[in-house]
Design a protein around this ligand. Structure first.
Ligand code: PBG
Length: 331
């Protein structure tokens, strides 16, 4: 008998295809990354990320209400800090009246159900554009972790549901958990950027926040390779994720997305907590640029990539496409 298997029967038409579909993406899967600026009625386009803006709090709140009405349940927030507030200690990061702290309050006041996950890392506050404190030519791990604890506690004080450490220092999840608990924030979750690679896909994000590593008067590393992971490594990602789960992470993250889906699947198989994936700025920029030239079909590529990320093992996806994709998926 030929052929022995007629696998195409299950692909005959859209009805049977939808009945046997293994993965389904909905707006419930999305987190939306947002860039926040000082001022009122401010909306600055990010040139390398068409459709993405740095917005003041009033316009951010308006946008969050719209996201909520589309079914999006979480936002990841990042702030653009004035240069005059930057130093090597990053102390503006735990100012109770800082832009991040005001943003968290404003969003939670306007849309209490929205899960607010501020980024915990010093780069937007660092004169050197690094995620931690520079000492003797490198990022000082333990001193940085203590600064991150103060930062995370101030986020929880402002009403954050989760804190999201993206700094890749060792031991930070354990210290954040202890710090949050002893400040009375037992219910504040930790979504750890566990397997975060030193990737060139973050370029447009650093444009948005002016947070790239900078030349300095003292010796500083020119890139983030002493803390973010080497993209040649796979087993190390599992080690990082298991350590973070062990230290108390509620959700672990793999970042970037599309080029790292092998890592997503391995981490998913190795841990017993939800896995999130950051579909990062450079991945967004590539799709926007190619489709502006008419070389790729924007909406189809966008949805395909989100499905592929979920199929690889993502329980949550942080994506700049969240709003556009939610609108399409809700149709
Ligand atoms: C900062 C941070 C970065 C991103 C998220 N948090 C940049 C970096 O590590 O340099 C990148 C996100 C993106 O590219 O969309 N710690």
């Amino acid at each position: 008998m030929f052929p022995l298997h007629r696998n195409r029967r299950l692909r005959t038409n859209e009805s049977i295809r939808s009945l046997v579909r293994e993965t389904i993406v909905t707006p419930n899967d999305f987190m939306f990354p947002m860039f926040i600026a000082e001022g009122t009625n401010v909306e600055i386009p990010i040139s390398s990320m068409p459709g993405i803006f740095r917005r003041s709090l009033d316009l951010t709140v308006k946008e969050v209400k719209e996201l909520w009405s589309l079914g999006i349940k979480a936002v990841n927030i990042y702030v653009k800090v004035d240069d005059t507030l930057k130093d090597n200690t990053g102390k503006e990061a735990w100012n109770p009246e800082g832009l991040m702290q005001r943003a968290i309050k404003a969003i939670k006041d306007a849309v209490p159900g929205m899960i607010v996950m501020p980024d915990v890392a010093l780069d937007p506050y660092s004169i050197y554009g690094h995620d931690g404190i520079i000492m003797n030519g490198d990022i000082a791990n333990d001193e940085t972790v203590e600064a991150l604890v103060r930062m995370a506690v101030s986020h929880a004080d402002a009403g954050a549901d989760f804190v999201a450490p993206s700094d890749m220092m060792d031991g930070r999840v354990l210290r954040l958990r202890e710090g949050l608990d002893s400040a009375g924030h037992q219910n504040t979750g930790i979504m750890s950027y566990s397997a975060k690679y030193a990737s060139s896909f973050y370029g447009p994000f650093r444009d948005a926040l002016d947070s790239a590593p900078k030349d300095a008067d003292v010796e500083v590393p020119k890139d983030k390779k002493t803390y973010q992971m080497d993209y040649a490594n796979r087993i190390e990602a599992i080690k990082e994720a298991l350590h973070d789960v062990d230290e108390g992470a509620d959700i672990v993250m793999v970042k970037p997305g599309i080029a790292y889906l092998d890592i997503v699947r391995e981490v998913k198989n190795a841990v017993n907590v939800p896995v999130s994936v950051f579909h990062v700025s450079g991945e967004y920029a590539m799709i926007k640029a190619a489709s502006e030239r008419g070389w790729l079909e924007h909406d189809k590529i966008m949805i395909e990539q989100l499905y592929c990320i979920k199929r690889a093992g993502a329980d949550l996806i942080s994506t700049y496409f969240a709003k556009e994709a939610a609108i399409l998926l809700n149709e």
